[in-house]
Design a protein around this ligand. Structure first.
Ligand code: NDP
Length: 249
């Protein structure tokens, strides 16, 4: 899976899955635009990439989104791959007064920012006959998640359908669009949303009694973004240690 001469933008590359993806792309020869808000963490990812451009930016800010695309073009001259990975959640249930705040912030990050980033990158992706990978979640497909994370589940369900529609829209332009849907992956996401539970506690909720490491998710993303997957578009890959097929009866 050589990505020599390829240019990838990875949003949310300052930690977790996005950092692993950026490092993996770089190891395969790609030039990578590393996007996130935390400068220290971005620098840590960059230090493990041979040819990277750090872009400190908030993807929910429209001007920042434009800057991400512009700076990538100014530095690398093209965009072959867009990984819409930045995401997270804030809690709020239908029974409490945090629901609309949770809805607004979660949708802004997990869905609206993806629309914005994608619309800005599409002209360049068409030119390069490139591809997009969106990072969704098994949360889009089940009601098993905590009731306070309803906005997250709905945002990812929207992202799934966005990916399918976009794949249809862009196929005639030679641009592939795919989605991956991880189950539990050991990253900072829990801590970032104030969840103090341990990742190990989630193992029994998977058929394989396991949780993933970010590098495993990066492997799948790289495959989908590579020429080896040239016939794959509009697909959505579950990688969840059997979370969704776990039997409780
Ligand atoms: P992390 O919290 O480790 O990483 C999230 C990344 O998103 C960070 O790099 C963060 O960077 C970035 N980010 C968050 N908000 C913004 C913003 N406004 N602008 C720019 N960057 C932002 O979590 P994960 O690696 O786990 O999450 C990556 C994706 O994987 C998310 O879409 C998540 O929903 C999805 N996912 C994760 C699962 C898991 O169990 N870990 C399971 C299923 C899906 P910074 O703080 O520097 O801005």
């Amino acid at each position: 899976m050589s990505f020599k001469d390829k240019v990838a933008i990875v949003t949310g590359a300052s930690s977790g899955i996005g950092a692993a993806v950026a490092i993996a792309f770089s190891a395969e020869g790609a030039s990578v635009a590393i996007v996130g808000r935390n400068q220290t963490k971005l620098a840590a990812t960059a230090s493990r990439c041979a040819n990277s451009l750090v872009i400190q930016a908030d993807v929910t800010n429209d001007d920042d989104a434009r800057r991400i695309v512009n700076e990538t073009i100014e530095t690398f001259g093209k965009i072959d791959i867009l990984i819409n990975n930045a995401g997270g959640l804030s809690f709020g249930s239908i029974f409490d007064d945090k629901i609309m705040t949770a809805y607004d912030s979660t949708m802004a990050l997990n869905l609206r920012a993806v629309f914005r980033m994608t619309s800005l990158a599409v002209p360049y992706l068409i030119k390069a006959k490139g591809n997009i990978v969106n990072v969704s979640s098994v949360a889009a497909r089940t009601t098993q998640f905590a009731l306070e994370s309803i906005a997250y589940s709905v945002s990812k369900a929207g992202l799934d359908h966005f990916g399918a529609c976009l794949a249809a829209d862009l196929a005639e332009h030679g641009v592939r669009v795919n989605t991956i849907s991880p189950g539990p992956v050991v990253t900072d996401i829990k801590a970032n949303c104030g969840d103090t539970g341990s990742w190990d506690d989630l193992k029994p909720f998977t058929a394989l009694n396991n949780v993933s490491q970010p590098e495993e998710i990066a492997d799948l993303i790289l495959f989908i973004a590579s020429d080896k997957a040239k016939s794959i578009t509009g697909s959505n890959y579950i990688t969840d240690n059997g979370f969704l097929i776990k039997r409780y009866l």
